[in-house]
Design a protein around this ligand. Structure first.
Ligand code: ARG
Length: 526
């Protein structure tokens, strides 16, 4: 419908190539909301009369339930010949409302500000959804941490036993990483939640529009002011993809821990049957496919981030169609993050922790001499310089290794050999060594943030409190947008008539229903 200057239609093969109709299903509802806000503003600003506005708003409302099917038809080459959701919507509105009214909808805007708006609205909702899931996963990690604050297990570096620790400590470490993911998404949200609408193709308009009004109607906290910047940048999308890629990397690392710990060799954990996949041939298998796919999806998400950045880095400022291709990787990053979080939550809630196997390993069962640093620290407490203590403990480990026994069972002769010439008190050391235990080590481990039992309780308690605070602020943020969109619905109804009249009907959220679930955005992705 934009081809007046061009003779004839776009070549069919080229239409299929340049069209974004298929991926635009994910932003179709945002496109309609954005158009409604724009028309409300045009009317309020005296640019569009009530009769025209009413017809257009009615047509837009009526399109909500159909637009995805229309885009599917367009993508399949059987429906509208529009190149994207913006053109398809405008065409359908003009058909419904008549050219005299429908032909006014695109006054003082461009697809360039429109698509930037739609993507911002989708990313904004994706961030809200992913943040909610992140809070749930953090909650599940805290549940495990609280339950296992006293469950000893080895801590590893280089995947070799390092020090006695607690399972809780690992869960809290992953929770802290996810808290930072939440903060990154918060930052991305602040910068995404600005309206580009009204920037026009690149340089704005001479018509008396009110950009702040559309921004407020759509729940944005302000404007992407500069019209060149508003239409050109996708840095907010890159930032979201980066936050998703980092989040996926964190989840992937956690997944790898669970893969290792659930192996028969470790037997620290067992996934529930509902979280495990079978083998087509080996009847005994209980495979952690969800964890492996979390690693796989992390790889893909890193690719999504790369795709967005690579598309943007060489573009001349001002809209270029390359920007269209930043959408699918952003959708993909969102899908990966929300899918992984849902799967990990279910996995965490069903996990069985084998505290016995962990405890045995934490006490040096099966080798590893995990108490060596504790021995050195006992010597340091007795006045031996750390480097000398490190040497003595190292020799003790060698003696134990040669004798094929755990450190705690070394006899006096071997201990005497290890300390010979150092001036350390062999008798006292022998007694200390015999008293070694993982539990004792963890009772005495008091440094801030350490594996010690008391630290587990303190850290879990503090995280529990900040989880509650974060839930509250996420709720306030979500409610702010919901209320703005309810206001938009009221403004639409104010112009187009009450719900049930020709138009503008918009289901209000039933009282008591959780906000955020009200709007169901069609998630039909590439
Ligand atoms: N389909 C386009 C996209 O996704 C919309 C903007 C088109 N603008 C243009 N000037 N051709 O980016």
């Amino acid at each position: 419908m934009y081809r007046a200057r061009l003779g004839g239609d776009l070549d069919k093969a080229i239409l299929g190539y340049v069209s974004s109709a298929a991926e635009d299903a994910a932003i179709a509802e945002y496109d309609i909301l954005g158009s409604q806000a724009h028309v409300v503003m045009l009317h309020e600003a005296g640019i569009m009369g009530r009769a025209h506005a009413r017809r257009v708003l009615a047509a837009l409302e009526g399109l909500k339930g159909r637009i995805v099917a229309e885009l599917e038809a367009a993508a399949a080459g059987g429906g509208s010949a529009g190149e994207d959701v913006h053109e398809v919507v405008e065409e359908l509105v003009a058909r419904e409302a008549g050219a005299a009214a429908g032909g006014r909808m695109h006054t003082a805007r461009s697809r360039n500000d429109q698509v930037a708006l739609d993507v911002r609205m989708k990313v904004r909702d994706d961030i809200i959804g992913i943040s909610g899931s992140l809070l749930d996963v953090i909650g599940a990690l805290l549940d495990l941490a609280e339950k296992h604050a006293g469950t000893a297990m080895p801590l590893y570096t280089h995947l070799q036993r390092a020090q006695p620790g607690t399972f809780s400590h690992y869960m809290l470490a992953h929770a802290d990483a996810l808290f930072r993911d939440l903060e990154r998404l918060d930052g991305a949200f602040e910068r995404t939640n600005k309206s580009p609408l009204g920037a026009g193709p690149v340089g704005g308009t001479g018509l008396p529009i009110d950009r702040s009004r559309t921004a407020a109607l759509l729940g944005f906290s302000g404007l992407v002011e500069n019209s060149i910047d508003a239409t050109s940048t996708r840095d907010f999308a890159a930032e979201f993809a980066a936050a998703a890629a980092i989040l996926m990397t964190n989840l992937s690392r956690m997944a790898e821990d669970f893969v290792i710990w659930s192996s028969a060799e470790f037997s620290f954990l067992e996934l529930s049957d509902g979280a495990s996949s079978p083998s087509s041939v080996m009847p005994q298998k209980k495979n952690p496919d969800l964890l492996e796919l979390t690693r796989g999806r992390a790889a893909r998400t890193i690719g999504d981030l790369t795709a967005v950045l690579a598309a943007c880095k060489g573009l001349a400022t001002g809209y270029g169609r390359d920007l269209q291709d930043t959408k699918p990787p952003v959708w993909s990053a969102a899908r990966a993050a929300s899918g992984a979080l849902a799967a990990m939550l279910s996995m965490l809630r069903g996990i069985t922790v084998n505290g016995r196997a962990m405890g045995r390993a934490a006490s040096g069962g099966g080798g590893g001499h995990i108490m060596a640093l504790d021995v050195a620290e006992r010597l340091v407490s007795g006045g031996v310089p750390f480097r000398a203590a490190h040497g003595i403990a190292g020799r003790l480990v060698r003696e134990a290794q040669d004798a094929g026994m755990p450190l705690g069972r070394l006899d006096a002769a071997r201990i005497g050999r290890a300390v010979a010439g150092t001036g350390a008190d062999a008798g006292a050391l022998a007694e200390a060594i015999r008293g070694l235990s993982a539990a004792g080590s963890l009772r005495g481990r008091t440094s801030r943030g350490s594996a010690g039992f008391a630290e587990q309780r303190r850290m879990a308690g503090e995280r529990r409190a900040s989880l509650a605070e974060r839930r509250e602020s996420a709720e306030i943020r979500r409610r702010g947008i919901d209320e703005a969109l309810d206001g938009l619905a009221d403004a639409v109804n104010g112009i187009a008539g009450p719900p049930g009249a020709a138009t503008g009907r918009r289901k209000r959220r039933p009282a008591g229903k959780a906000p955020g679930r009200r709007r169901s955005i069609p998630v039909r992705e590439d």
